[in-house]
Design a protein around this ligand. Structure first.
Ligand code: TRP
Length: 341
């Protein structure tokens, strides 16, 4: 089946996405996801949810859950997500989600769930805990999305299959019980999502094994400098206008995200006439990264320390999400025939 890519929609459409409360936000998350959310809040009716229930499928120990939920909320707000404009809420606060999840489970088949790539991956990663929640992870994700009858879902490539499954569940529901839900589809601003290369010259920035290859929004200035200065370089080009090896191109790509164009042009020219000094280039990149990350880190820290504010955010978000959820669930129960008086 062909994947669907949305063109820019007209009017105020509903957007929904979920954020896992595991791990710290890094530069790849910022440019790949969060920046898209921030742009969407201007034009769409947005629901952004911390997927705390989903995290139970892989992290049954909940000792650090509260801390992680607070962190992910703080970091997203620090990046520009505005709790007054969007519904920013926790999955577990909206009980309608779990009700809808139950109904959808009757429309999801064991065979298709077992074939899901993410499920097979988790089976390999945690063979001792292949729980039913893992198997039905895409069903819960579908419930998250269609609870608000959302059409647009800002997610990365790794979520395409889950969205395809969501469309299947939606079509089965609509076919059997009547049109209640629109088909959700992946949507992001820009043709291709920006890939943020990792600092070790291999792949993109992610929660990688090499802790020096990824810049986190919580890294302090010294750590940022240390990581950038460790990026791989060589003794420089020997012929004018040589092609750039990947690891050098990556440094230019990172510069493009945070440095001004005069600086980039200077280093491009230096590269082309073989006078480039990679030490200077990395120092410049490090300073520009510090300038970029520091205000976000400081803002996130201040928010994280303000539990009262976080509580207000979650309450406000839940209230908005509940309103939309209630309206949908009335339609759902009616369509299902669960109204006996
Ligand atoms: N599965 C998503 C991820 O791993 C998180 C998620 C949960 C989500 N519910 C969602 C994404 C609803 C989009 C819509 O990142």
């Amino acid at each position: 089946m062909g994947k669907k890519r949305a063109t820019l929609p007209a009017g105020r459409q509903v957007v929904m996405s979920g954020i896992r409360p595991t791990g710290f936000l890094h530069l790849g998350n910022y440019f790949g996801a969060v920046r898209n959310y921030v742009r969407m809040q201007e034009e769409f009716e947005c629901y952004f949810m911390v997927a705390d229930l989903h995290s139970l499928t892989t992290h049954p120990d909940t000792k650090e859950l509260k801390q992680n939920v607070h962190r992910v909320l703080s970091e997203n707000i620090a990046c520009g997500l505005d709790p007054d404009r969007v519904a920013l809420y926790c999955q577990s606060h909206i009980h309608e989600t779990t009700e809808l999840y139950l109904y959808l489970n009757m429309l999801a088949y064991k065979g298709e769930l077992e074939k899901t790539t993410t499920f097979k991956e988790k089976v390999r990663q945690q063979p001792d805990n292949v729980n039913a929640g893992l198997l039905t992870y895409p069903v819960l994700q579908t419930a998250d999305i269609i609870l608000h009858r959302a059409k647009y879902v800002p997610v990365g490539k790794d979520q395409e299959q889950h969205l395809e499954m969501a469309r299947n569940f939606v079509n089965r529901f609509n076919h059997r019980y009547g049109e209640v839900f629109p088909e959700p589809q992946a949507f992001n601003f820009g043709e291709e999502l920006i890939k943020v290369p990792s600092l070790d010259g291999a792949g993109k920035m992610s929660k990688s094994e090499n802790q020096y290859a990824t810049l986190y929004l919580s890294d302090d200035d010294e750590l940022i400098r240390k990581k950038v200065m460790k990026a791989k370089t060589d003794s420089g080009p020997e012929k004018t206008n040589s092609p750039r090896p990947d690891y050098i191109q990556n440094i230019f790509l990172l510069m493009r995200l945070v440095s001004n164009s005069a600086i980039i042009t200077k280093f491009e020219t230096d590269y082309n006439n073989c006078s480039i000094r990679y030490g200077d280039m990395k120092k410049q990149l490090a300073e520009d990264m510090v300038q970029f990350i520091t205000p976000i880190r400081e803002k996130a820290e201040a928010i994280r320390n303000d539990e009262k504010y976080l509580r207000e955010v979650m309450e406000k978000g839940a209230e908005k999400a509940r309103k939309s959820a209630k309206a949908t669930m009335e339609l759902v129960r009616k369509a299902l025939g669960l109204n006996y008086f």
